[in-house]
Design a binder for this molecule. Structure first.
Ligand SMILES: O=c1ccn([C@@H]2O[C@H](COP(=O)(O)OP(=O)(O)O[C@H]3OC[C@H](O)[C@H](O)[C@H]3O)[C@@H](O)[C@H]2O)c(=O)[nH]1
Ligand code: MN
Length: 361
């Protein structure tokens, strides 16, 4: 049994956001690790369905009626019938940190057979610096039993604040539909004991299944886009957010880590349904990736909101010709920021970050 700290780390500074269309029995397995934290449940689909939450959890639950009531016309930027709806939970939270997890993700075991307290590891990742400017070959130098290796510049060893901690998955890996179709029986059994900073200038495929972030320094950029009902694409919610946050983190001098912790992803979603959702994204992304790789933000973009609005302008100007969808998405990115600032009025103030960058308060 993993050790559960007597006073859970960041107990009153972190919310757990769960998008769901199901009952939340999976929480029973997470009780030792989650029970002391506040949950924000975003119920997708039919708002008249009653979602059962196990006894003893402190939570707030929002369905589509709540989202429409709270945001009014701005609710148009929150996806319906897609896990992208989870970003509403990021917006209504008042905490400094967010952990989001899917409801089919269970507690995994490490090679010694101990239950993995994924939340504790994410918190460690977020509370220790990142090293995006120079790759450390012994991976995360701030972990117990590791350090910077010979040749690592001392001027860079202080690192930068960590904005995102991207966890992984044992059992069902987060594969796209084509890969799922050709490898239906493949399971991820490989536990890699590593946490590493994704180097500056490198994009990555961010999965929202087991993800934590510092809401204060990157929250406004964690918009999961327009997916699901009425949209030409799905299952690119977390990918879109990951490309946007990485460009902004690189610009603001913030770090993104990937690796531990693992969760146990219990079931594969239907690959044929997934293919229908993904297929446009599979060819669009061949144009999206070069766009994000070459995206630059002006020096006067010193807050996440300013960066995000600037990025939305570039999306409209450069991706509108790929498909009209990106014009709609660019507008939705602006609506998202307007809604964020409306619900988080103090967000417009900012505090200085290293390199003169600033983070939303
Ligand atoms: O319409 C929906 C469908 C699902 N959800 C909730 O989202 C979570 C993920 O759902 P599920 O585990 O069924 O799908 P996966 O294919 O495994 O999810 C991956 O792809 C989509 C997302 O990017 C996700 O983060 C990935 O892990 C789960 O909690 C469902 O209850 C929903 O809210 N609305
Ligand atoms: Mn799943």
């Amino acid at each position: 049994m993993a050790s559960t700290p007597s006073v859970p780390l960041l107990k009153d500074e972190l919310d757990i956001v769960i998008p769901t269309i199901r009952n939340l029995d999976f929480l029973e397995m997470w009780r030792p690790f989650f029970e002391k934290y506040h949950l924000i449940i975003v119920q997708d689909g039919d708002p008249t369905k009653v979602i059962k939450v196990p006894e003893g959890f402190d939570y707030e639950l929002y369905n589509r009626n709540d989202i429409n009531r709270i945001l009014g016309p701005k609710a148009s930027c929150i996806s319906f019938k897609d896990s992208a709806c989870r970003c509403f939970g990021y917006m209504v939270s008042k905490k400094k940190y967010i952990y989001t997890i899917d409801d089919d993700c269970f507690v995994a075991k490490d090679p010694t057979g101990r239950d993995i307290n994924a939340l504790e590891q994410h918190i460690k990742n977020l509370l220790s610096p990142s090293s995006p400017f120079f790759f450390n070959t012994l991976y995360d130098p701030y972990r117990e039993g590791a350090d910077f290796v010979r040749g690592y510049p001392f001027s860079l060893r202080e690192g930068v604040p960590t904005a995102v901690s991207h966890g992984l998955w044992l059992n069902i890996p987060d594969y796209d539909a084509p890969t799922q179709l050709v490898k239906p029986l493949e399971r991820n059994t490989r536990y890699v004991d590593a946490v590493m900073t994704i180097p500056k200038g490198t994009l990555f495929p961010m999965c929202g299944m087991n993800l934590a972030f510092n809401r204060e320094i990157i929250g406004p950029a964690m918009y999961f886009g327009l997916m699901g009902d009425g949209q030409p694409i799905g299952r690119y919610d977390d990918m879109w957010a990951g490309w946007c946050i990485k460009v902004i983190c690189d610009h603001l001098g913030l770090g993104v880590k990937t690796g531990l912790p693992y969760i146990w992803h219990s079931k594969a979603s239907n690959p044929f349904v997934n293919l229908k959702k993904e297929y446009k994204g599979i060819y669009w992304q061949e144009e999206l990736i070069p766009f994000f790789q070459s995206a630059t933000l002006p020096k006067d973009c010193t807050t996440v909101q300013k960066c995000y609005i600037e990025l939305s302008k570039q999306v409209k100007a450069k991706l509108g010709k790929v498909d009209d969808y990106f014009i709609k998405l660019a507008d939705a990115m602006v609506t998202w920021i307007e809604a964020w600032d409306e619900l988080n009025p103090s967000a417009e103030k900012s505090t200085e970050l290293p390199n003169g960058a600033a983070a939303a308060k």
